[in-house]
Structure formats: C-alpha cells, structure tokens
Design a protein around this ligand. Structure first.
Ligand SMILES: Cc1cc2nc3c(=O)[nH]c(=O)nc-3n(C[C@H](O)[C@H](O)[C@H](O)COP(=O)(O)O)c2cc1C
Length: 187
C-alpha cells in the first residue's frame, strides 16, 4: 500500500511522501552522521529574532539515552516506538536573550522539526513525532532544567517491510490518511 498523500494540487514529492509510520525496522540502525543533514536543515530554519530556540537530545537504540526516553513513552507508543533506530527529544528554550518569555519558542521549535522531518524524508529516514510520553519523568531522567522545556519525542528510523507486520500495527499502518480540505482552513 502507498502512503503517498492524495493531494488536490501537486506538491513536492518529499512532502507528499512523508508520513508517520509506526512499523520501524528493528534491525536498522542510524548514526549521528545519518541524522546530520536533517539537523543541518533544522539549523537553517527561520526563527523569531533568529533566536533558534531549539535543542535536541538524541538516543540511539541500545544506548542509555534511548532507554531513558523509551521508558517514558505511554500507551501504544511504548510498543512500537522502541523499534525505531533513534528517539529524539525536541526541547525548546523558553526565554529571550533579555530573560522574557519567548512567545514564539514552541512555534520556532516546531518549524525546525518540520525542516528536520523533510530533510530526513529526503534522505530515506522516516519520523514519527509523539506527544504521548511522561514529560515529568523524561525531564527528570534527562536532567532538563528551566528555561529549557521538553515538547515532543520523535522516533526516527527505516520503515519495516509491510509483510513483517500484523495486528494493531498493521491495521493502523493501513488506515487511510485523512485531511481537512484547504477551504476549511484558508479564507
Ligand atoms: C506534536 C505531535 C504529537 C504526536 N503525538 C503522537 C503520539 O503520541 N502517538 C502517535 O502514534 N502519533 C502521534 N503523532 C502523529 C500524528 O498522529 C500524525 O502526524 C497525524 O495523524 C498525521 O499523520 P501523518 O504524519 O502520517 O501524515 C503526533 C504528531 C505530532 C506533530
């Protein structure tokens, strides 16, 4: 089955082909070098006042950071995401240089992750972002302190061969992809 978006207008292939798999190849590995282009894309993302209020904590499957992140995933996420090759914690810096709240901190982090995800897709690496994790436990486990705040966790890896998956994972992987119409959010 193709997961390519059924778009009403042509869009870039890399955008149409991006989707969020849950079936990752648990034998595939990623290295820092594999993810470097995607982090470079995040680096060149725009941000308010060029504050670049983002940082990322990366665990590779088998290392201590990965285990700490995996241990905080909740619900269904805890079953599939540990098969990914890397788990990446997206962190925002909440303050401006003058110590005020940066109203755009999360917006800018999200945009950096968007750049990251598209470059990763172009390099054959699939991502699945998650909000389902115990933020307090993860903050403590990784020693993240104010003014830094964890926002999301990203599973990164290589999509599993569809013939190797079954059950709830297969059901969710094969569900049709749905979106609002552009007319519902543009006026
Ligand atoms: C901030 C954020 C949090 C998400 N949290 C979860 C999650 O905890 N578990 C999950 O399976 N998917 C999660 N998703 C994935 C979305 O459900 C997915 O992106 C959406 O259904 C659209 O599907 P697509 O990415 O394949 O186009 C999250 C996505 C984002 C951006």
């Amino acid at each position: 089955m193709t997961h390519r978006a059924n778009t009403a207008f042509p869009i870039l292939d890399v955008l149409a082909e991006r989707w969020s798999p849950r079936a990752f190849d648990h034998n595939a590995t990623l290295t820092h070098a594999d993810l470097a282009p995607a982090f470079e894309a995040a680096r060149w993302s725009p941000s308010a006042n060029n504050l670049q209020p983002w940082s990322f904590i990366v665990g590779y499957r088998g290392d201590e950071t990965f285990e700490k992140i995996a241990a905080t995933l909740s619900g269904f996420n805890a079953s599939w995401a540990p098969h990914a090759s890397a788990l990446i914690v997206a962190v925002t810096h909440t303050l401006t240089a003058s110590g005020r709240q940066n109203a755009f901190a999360r917006y800018d982090l999200g945009q950096a992750v968007a750049h990251f995800s598209i470059q990763a897709q172009a390099n054959g690496i699939s991502l699945h972002q998650m909000g389902g994790f115990d933020i307090d436990a993860l903050t403590a486990a990784l020693g993240v302190n104010e003014p830094l705040e964890i926002v999301s966790v990203i599973a990164a890896g290589i999509v599993a061969d569809p013939s190797t998956i079954s059950g709830e994972i297969a059901e969710r992987e094969n569900a049709p992809r749905e979106r609002k119409e552009v007319s519902e959010f543009v006026r």
